[in-house]
Design a binder for this molecule. Structure first.
Ligand code: ADP
Ligand code: ADP
Length: 219
């Protein structure tokens, strides 16, 4: 099963994506995490992506598509994947469809996690993520048990350079201009369903699991 998790920056894709993938036995493929890993390791790809990410604009399609499609060929993704943060443009969505079609696969479900702009900005401004794996916390609504430490792997928490209010606003603008057409693309395919993202983390998780299990049963 291939799932495309859709939603604006701050809607909770990362928070839901990892446990959801584990629950459903799928790989969690998050494009932002792949970029940050490359930046951390100082790779050529990381050097190229760094400047775009800092400014809150999209990394060019060719680089992004290559990186994600390459990740999808790893063995742990053979049983399916939850894509988080990709596709963000129509060109990326079309490239994904073409690559999947070559393997007789398709996007089976595209849940859209909906959250108001005001709440998105509150979430981005208070977000802390862990160095080791990008696990997400919020200083008010989802604090770690021990301040500054990840509950799951004990690594240090930090605030992303692109989570300032100015860059967050820019990222939301980019989302509405460039990524919203992707939502319509999946709606026309009949695989899109909306999830209310302004519930507790557990409630959003249960809605996602119920809808995805129904999709799997129907397939
Ligand atoms: P968030 O989850 O807060 O939206 P991400 O971690 O997914 O943020 O992405 C961080 C940044 O990485 C984006 O602002 C963008 O610069 C880059 N990026 C991530 N995914 C893509 C993509 N599919 N296409 C282009 N750029 C991307
Ligand atoms: P995305 O990956 O879509 O950019 P994240 O999963 O990183 O979003 O979540 C953004 C911020 O909102 C984080 O600080 C996270 O702890 C918090 N958050 C996620 N889901 C919820 C929720 N349902 N209620 C309140 N805060 C949430």
């Amino acid at each position: 099963m291939i799932v495309v998790l859709l939603g604006a920056p701050g809607s909770g894709k990362g928070t839901q994506g990892a446990p959801l993938a584990e629950h459903l036995g799928l790989a969690h493929v998050a494009s932002g995490d792949l970029f940050r890993d490359n930046i951390g390791r100082g790779t050529e790809l990381g050097k190229l992506a760094q400047d775009y990410i800092k400014r809150g604009v999209l990394v060019p399609d060719d680089v992004t598509i290559r990186m994600v499609l390459d990740r999808l060929t790893s063995t742990d993704a053979a049983g399916g994947a939850i894509l988080d943060g990709f596709p963000r443009t129509l060109a990326q969505a079309q490239a994904l469809d073409m690559a999947l079609a070559k393997q007789d696969q398709r996007v089976d479900a595209a849940p859209l996690v909906e959250v108001s702009t005001e709440e998105l900005l509150r979430r981005l401004a208070g977000r802390w993520i862990c160095r080791a794996a990008g696990h997400s916390y919020h200083e008010a609504s989802n604090p770690p048990r021990e301040p500054g430490r990840c509950d799951i792997d004990g690594s240090e928490l930090y605030q992303r350079e692109d989570d300032t209010i100015e860059v967050a606003r820019k990222r939301l603008e980019v989302y509405f201009e460039q990524t919203r057409p992707v939502v319509d693309y999946y709606r026309q395919r009949g695989v899109l369903f909306e999830i209310n993202g302004e519930q507790s983390i557990d409630e959003v998780f249960h809605d996602l699991v119920d809808a995805l299990q129904a999709t799997r049963t129907a397939a």
